[in-house]
Design a protein around this ligand. Sequence first.
Ligand code: MV4
Length: 447
Amino acid sequence: MFNKILIANRGEIALRIIRTCREMGIKTVAVYSKADETSLHVRFADEAVCIGPAPSVNSYLNIPNLIAAAEITNADAIHPGYGFLAENAEFSRVCQEYNVKFIGASPDMINQMGDKATAKATMAKAGVPTIPGSEGLIDSIEEGLKIANDIGYPVILKATAGGGGKGMRIVYNDSDFKKAWDDAKMEAGAAFGNDGLYLEKFVEEPRHVEIQIIGDSKGKACHLSERDCSIQRRHQKLVEETPSPIVSDELREKMGQAAIRGAEAIGYEGAGTVEFLVDKHGEFYFMEMNTRIQVEHPITEEVTSFDLIKEQIKVAAGIEITGQNYYPQLYSMECRINAEDPSSGFRPSPGKIYSLHLPGGHGVRVDSHVYAGYVIPPNYDSMIAKLIVSAQSREECIVRMKRALNEFIIEGVKTTIPFHLKLMDDPKFKKGDFTTKFLDDFDFSDL
Ligand code: MV4
């Protein structure tokens, strides 16, 4: 087992990783930027190293500084958390080069899953259902038009380097094709330095359902069931839940087995997530694979009683998994509490938290790094807490979430709490009747 893990991250996830390391008897090194000197992860870790000024590019994304911090402190592993360098193939490679175990995917795996057209082709070959479309990248508008006419409109053009919606265009007919192609290519080239596009049938009003998997160093993988992440705004998830209201035991089994087939086909090691779109007929299709721990992992922990960070560390240390799959024994839901004003287009609201009261009680978990007097820096993402509740049914979960949201007091900054309170009272949400378009016509003006 590792002796000391350096955590190449900040905020709640840095704290989350420190907590598991402490329980496992593993020493921790926090790294921090000048803007995070007063952060809790710095105080709770065994050691802390300043890695640069506030801007992420100079600190949390600065590979030489991170490696230097690991060498100085004699850390034998690095946990990247999510975001920042969690899916950076170069960082994974440099860690290997310096003999520090990267608790995440290999450079090869990151490259393979990071290129979306390659990931899709790899999964299709492994027998995972994929959406009909081009075989790999499209070389010309003419080729794209031909495929669009073969499969039928509407179609969607996607950047192979994308994910998160950038470089994506929906096309409804031949006459719109050229503009969509030019726009998507331009946007992808500017955002990723890679303007490769592929095409597929556009699935209207899908659900976003993802399967949590764990693979070990022997090539064995298991799944820990699904999370429904359909409540999103501009590709930012706001609420996640498990089990999904639309996933039957039969569908869970099929999606779980598909995710395992995909993971085992590539010899995936570590925790990962296989994202699927589920259409209104209950057909599911591979969308993307994330080679990291995700923000919403706690809901899976709550319903399976697994510590996913502990599992990540164990497989990274070479310990084999049992090969069993895990199914929800409870219902769990997460609300992302962001320092944003939901009534003004979710505009960031950084600044000082004057007073704070965290909810608690039966079935309530808060993963957060904030405290009364903490100043939320403007440099990083605005998530300040995850409110996770669990209960025996979805209905009880919603009641408990409302109770906990009402106990949550944050003075000094605007937060997404009013949005969550309104959502918990929404008749369609309460029925589990929503798709990824749900928030497109949600009224945020009275929050
Ligand atoms: C799609 C789709 C419909 N049909 N692909 C959005 C981000 C990227 N990961 C893929 N995305 C989508 N791909 C086909 N063929 C709809 C989306 C999509 C979406 C997916 C999941 C969650 C929210 C979404 C919001 C808008 C579009």
